[in-house]
Design a protein around this ligand. Structure first.
Ligand code: HEM
Length: 496
């Protein structure tokens, strides 16, 4: 729907419209207000300086936590909280993302990829997948499983049901791949369907969502994880995120060990509880969610772009070979932050930001400044209580900052680039805690894969006559969701 001044701001699907709606208005801050059915005042931004001002001031522009209600399903957590609660969560969670955790991420990711090549793909010269997420979702899950929760999973696990569970866990530990996968996939079904209706399980999707949520909700896997770690016969030095969180929360409660009964009570029955400890389940769930789908989808788009642009893939391959000429497993120190890997990932994240929008609100009256299409300064008063949407897609496709914004050009991240106009991980105090976790994991995956295989688009007879632009549109087609989701990316990995 086109915008009509004074009547409607037009269709606002942030992902599909990119920067268009701002071009139609000739300005990078759009406001709209409504009296009915619900009174609201909203500002949508694609201006880098104004967005920076907002992300830099957490207290003046906090998170509207009510919009994150679905993420609080398993308890209070770092993503869905504000104020003192958030400060406490961040204090407990931040130290877990340590240098040692990063090293663990690298080492384990390399092992997971080596296991895939040796034991799953084996001698095959070419491996075809109908949708690249079939590869990237398990990889991301295995990495978060081991570096997030100290639970190693392998590609060869069978899918037998463990006693007391109705979904399989693909692990030598306690983490349910299926349950986790469907919880992230069906979170909106859960949010939009009343509990009693979901339990009736009228559709397959409802049944699936209901079972997956029960599996995690009953704390079965989480509780088993906590229990196993706390009562392990041999205490090991561990650097996974979960151990970091558990250590920090024990410190908070003066290091006093809880009894088994207390632990169960605290986590599942929730009798009297200690604030520092009760928050673990919520934060565990959020790490799984935050670290799984964002990563898997970004990897999927990266593979698709490299398949569509073989010259970029070749450049990346040449760079990898220049630092690791033989078949040795790569060490993280060999890959520098300024290399092609980063530019390929950053350009993917610019074009396909997993979080298309970041919501905030004005806690007090404020003014923002932007420029219109003629270059004049425009002062925008923002009344207290207004909803603010940081339109990350609009920012990433804004031609004021990015020349030829629809083109895939990793080189734009070499040398100087407009840092304030690149916000896939948000910015300021509420920016992503897992950024280095993702970057380390992504670079290890790309190094391992591109040094051994080429990535190509699968040839399918029904698409034989399509142009490059049609093929690009088909392969990279995505829809919004909890995170931006690729629809179908059929690829072929061929041994070099
Ligand atoms: C491509 C990968 C990723 C992207 C694009 C991404 C993006 C983001 C964004 C946009 C936010 C801010 C959300 C908001 O304001 O509502 C965020 C927050 C967060 N992310 Fe990530 N993320 C990624 C990977 C990860 C990973 C791998 C982890 C953990 C293992 C993680 C953990 C977190 C946490 C804990 C927060 C909350 C920080 C806070 O509010 O203090 N993320 N992420």
């Amino acid at each position: 729907m086109k915008p009509i001044r004074g009547i409607t701001r037009g269709g606002m699907n942030l992902w599909y419209r990119k920067h268009q709606v701002f071009e139609e208005y000739g300005i990078d801050i759009i406001s709209s207000a409504s009296a009915l059915p619900v009174a609201y005042n909203e500002f949508i931004l694609a201006d880098a300086a104004a967005i920076k001002e907002i992300t830099a001031s957490r207290t003046q522009f906090p998170k509207p936590v009510e919009q994150y209600a679905v993420l609080s399903y398993f308890g209070g957590n770092i993503v869905a909280s504000e104020g003192e609660d958030w400060k406490r969560y961040r204090k407990i969670a931040a130290p877990a993302f340590s240098e040692r955790n990063n090293r663990l991420v690298w080492e384990e990711t390399v092992k997971i990829m080596a296991d895939l090549f040796e034991n799953v793909w084996g001698e095959q010269k070419s491996i075809t997948v109908d949708h690249a997420v079939d590869i990237t979702l398990p990889i991301a899950l295995f990495v978060i499983g081991v570096a997030g929760f100290g639970r190693r999973m392998t590609w060869q696990e069978d899918g037998k049901l463990p006693p007391g569970h109705s979904m399989t866990f693909k692990a030598r530990g306690f983490l349910s791949q299926e349950a986790l996968h469907y919880v992230s996939l069906d979170i909106f079904v859960k949010l939009l369907t009343p509990g009693w209706l979901l339990k009736l399980g009228l559709t397959e999707r409802m049944k699936r969502a209901s079972t997956a949520f029960q599996e995690l909700e009953a704390c079965q896997y989480m509780l088993e994880m906590i229990h196993a770690r706390r009562y392990a016969e041999e205490k090991e030095e561990r650097y996974d995120l979960f151990s970091g969180l558990l250590d920090a929360s024990e410190d908070e409660s003066d290091g006093s060990q809880l009894t088994d009964r207390e632990l169960l009570g605290k986590y599942c029955i929730s009798i009297s509880y200690d604030a520092a400890l009760i928050e673990l389940p919520g934060n565990i769930f959020i790490f799984l969610l935050a670290g799984h789908e964002t990563t898997a989808h970004t990897l999927c788009f990266t593979f698709g772009l490299l398949a569509l642009y073989p010259e970029q893939q070749e450049k990346l391959y040449r760079q990898i070979k220049s630092v690791i000429p033989d078949d040795r497993l790569p060490a993280s120190a060999q890959i520098s932050r300024s290399c092609m890997h980063f530019s390929v990932f950053y350009e993917t994240l610019r074009l396909f930001p997993p979080a298309a929008a970041v919501p905030k609100y004005a806690a007090e009256d404020a003014t923002l400044v932007t420029t219109d299409s003629s270059g004049n300064n425009v002062i925008v008063p923002v009344p207290q209580g207004s909803t603010i949407v940081l339109n990350i897609t609009g920012l990433h496709y804004n031609p004021r900052y990015w020349e030829d914004p629809y083109a895939f050009k990793p080189e734009r991240f070499h040398g100087d680039w407009p840092r304030d106009a690149f916000l896939p991980f948000s910015s300021g105090a509420r920016s992503c805690l897992g950024r280095r976790f993702f970057e380390t994991e992504g670079i290890a995956i790309l190094t391992m894969l591109v040094s051994r295989y080429t990535i190509e688009v699968k040839e399918e007879p029904e698409f034989a006559g399509e142009t490059f632009e049609e093929r690009k549109e088909r392969i990279l087609h995505a829809k919004g969701g909890l995170t931006l989701t690729p629809i179908r990316m059929p690829l072929v990995f061929k041994r070099r």
